[in-house]
Design a binder for this molecule. Sequence first.
Ligand code: UDP
Ligand code: MG
Length: 318
Amino acid sequence: MEREKNQILYLVIPCYNEQEVLPETSRRLKEKMESLMDRNMISRDSKIMFVNDGSKDRTWEMIEELHDQDPLYQGVKLSRNRGHQNALLGGLMTAKEYADMVISLDADLQDDIDVIDQFVEKYYEGCDIVYGVRSARTTDTFFKRFTAEGFYKIINLMGGEVVFNHADYRLMSKRALNELANYKEVNLFLRGIVPMIGFKTDVVTYERHERLAGESKYPLKKMLALAVDGITSLSIKPIRFIVFLGFMIFMCSILMLIYSLVQHFLGNTSIGWTSLIVSIWAIGGLQLLAIGVIGEYIGKIYLETKERPRYIIEKVLR
Ligand code: UDP
Ligand code: MG
């Protein structure tokens, strides 16, 4: 299915304390949008939409200034900091009202914006979702590469379906976004949910650059939280694993029982201080771990049942 050309594209960019990169980012994105418009690839009604995720610096003031200078720039102001995933969702849900297709990207332009052309072409070829995939991670630290790779592997092992080396740089059609709106979970992990939507999808590869300026807004603590949330929101395999482990230990305990009885009738009853201590610690530790995993899921249920809003929009600049 080929689509008609010249449709409306929105770029959605979550921003948290990005005053150092905004001037350069806005300039480069405008250039890109104008070149796409000049080649009649996108409509002149296309926009660049910055989502201010409760920044503490001048980010929002800068977005307002940009909007005053040129209505190509639009702004969504969240009422406070809600984190990258929620800010992105807020932007996507706002943009889908006006756009035919939306591309989400980071404010630091680590994702190569020259592949936007390919995103748009794939959309016209009939794709509803196009994933940006990093071909090389040379600009990431060894630690980030190592943890990221482990993360994707664990998720896939747990039965979650994520696109390898794809972050949140992707194109979605209006139709796909309307479907995304039906996923009401509070604990949102877009990378895991978007593949569930289906439709015709494709992949575009690109090289990841260094951050333009400023520091990463994803310290280790946030990365770990995202990883745990990602896994637990996609899969209940950790709980099944506990059941499996419990079963194995139960089988072992039957063997131990037989062994102990035999020793008892042979009169060797005083052996076993070491094995006692070891089993107390091993079983105790395992039980705590199991309770922890189950607790994590109960916590998720607790948070989900409250159905609190994922973001609150204070203001939209259109
Ligand atoms: N971000 C956000 N809210 C947050 C943290 C980050 O909107 O609480 C945005 C940030 O401004 C950037 C994107 O999420 O546009 C990705 O963050 P960053 O580049 O710092 O992450 P990294 O590339 O280091 O993983
Ligand atoms: Mg970045």
